[in-house]
Design a binder for this molecule. Structure first.
Ligand SMILES: *Cc1c(COP(=O)(O)O)cnc(C)c1O
Length: 339
């Protein structure tokens, strides 16, 4: 008897998202914090949390802490297991299978995958045309992963003006803390804008998986339905609240170090004859030929960075200066070898 292929047609051609995560001596590949867990969150994690009972249904205490932090009303906030989960729930809640999700490439590689996981069709389009291709959801990442560049506020405002009554703009601000300007006010003031953020980057809590979104209460309720109850674990919720209320000086101090090191790293790359893109995030994208081979040679020296093929370049997380110096040394070696 032949086995019947029970796989869903829309899933068969999807591959597992699995970037190279083998441990490296110096890991500058995933834009997490080089300074570890912030102190108040660390204390909560060490103390543990009641695990026999379920966590809160919809993380209301965490929403209150996020409301204080962002200035958005509690009714405009939803949370999830990382902003990946929030993006996933948003796509599922606001689009019907078959709808299009538009984005301007290159951008966060998870988005086309999340679109397809939800039966949606990802479509890349230039930013100027992104509202005109009949997409139900428009995704805009600013500062953008992997380029680090921001979309100026006036361009975002123009895009919002061009949205039709059936379109939603999702703004991904995973790197907001490293940029000069945040767009929370636009999400608060505009009914069809959802803005997502995370505690995985500037807050040093990627392992806890806490993300959130801000938007119109009506849409946020839909996202919350799609997300479902008991999503954020009890310990994650308590540690995230501690970070948002007690660790803000730690976050600010390390954001300032990242910004200094970002300037130094960009200058060091420019001094090597390269042309790094101007970054408002905690990483720098440097266009370079044969980035995959360069990254492989750097990896053999114990330094992990993320290589992109289209366009060819390296995305280097801004870590401590000793880490960056070693990465630059490995890059020099790799360029010499790949010549
Ligand atoms: C890292 C990242 C995220 C999300 O990370 P989570 O850990 O799932 O919160 C979302 N968007 C972009 C652009 C990112 O780079």
């Amino acid at each position: 008897m032949t086995a019947i292929d029970m796989r869903r047609a829309t899933y068969r051609d999807l591959s597992l998202y699995a970037p190279d995560r083998a441990p490296a001596r110096i890991d500058l590949s995933d834009n997490t914090s080089a300074w570890g867990t912030p102190p108040a969150a660390r204390r909560v994690i060490a103390a543990g949390s009641e695990a026999a009972r379920y966590p809160s249904l919809y993380s209301d205490d965490l929403k209150r802490a996020l409301s204080k932090y962002t200035g958005a009303a509690v009714s405009m906030i939803t949370t999830g297991c990382g902003s990946d989960d929030v993006l996933d729930s948003t796509l599922r809640a606001l689009a019907e299978p078959g709808d299009r999700v538009a984005y301007s490439a290159p951008t966060f590689p998870m988005v086309p995958i999340l679109a397809r996981m939800n039966g949606l069709t990802p479509v890349a389009a230039p930013l100027d045309e992104i509202a005109d291709i009949g997409a139900r959801i428009i995704y805009l990442c600013s500062p953008n992963n992997p380029t680090g560049e921001t979309t100026p506020r006036r361009r975002v405002a123009r895009l919002i003006q061009r949205l039709s009554a059936e379109q939603v703009l999702v703004i991904d601000e995973a790197y907001a803390e490293f940029a000069e300007d945040g767009l929370v006010d636009l999400a608060v003031a505009t009914p069809r804008v959802i803005l997502t953020r995370t505690l995985s980057k500037a807050f040093g809590l990627a392992g806890l998986r806490v993300g959130y979104a801000i938007g119109d209460p009506l849409l946020i309720t839909e996202v919350e339905k799609s997300r479902g109850p008991y999503k954020v674990s009890a310990v994650a919720e308590r540690a995230a609240i501690a970070a948002l209320t007690e660790d803000l000086p730690w976050v600010r101090e390390h954001v300032a170090i990242v910004i200094d090191n970002r300037v130094r790293l960009s200058k060091a790359l420019t001094d090597r004859g390269l042309a790094p893109l101007s970054s408002a995030a905690n990483f720098v994208f440097v266009p370079i030929a044969d980035a995959v081979s360069i990254a492989r040679v750097m990896r053999a020296q114990g330094v992990a960075v993320r290589a992109f093929e289209e366009p060819s370049g390296l995305r280097i997380t801004v870590g401590t200066w000793p880490q960056i110096s070693e990465a630059l040394h490995a890059l020099d070696e790799a360029r010499a070898q790949c010549e």
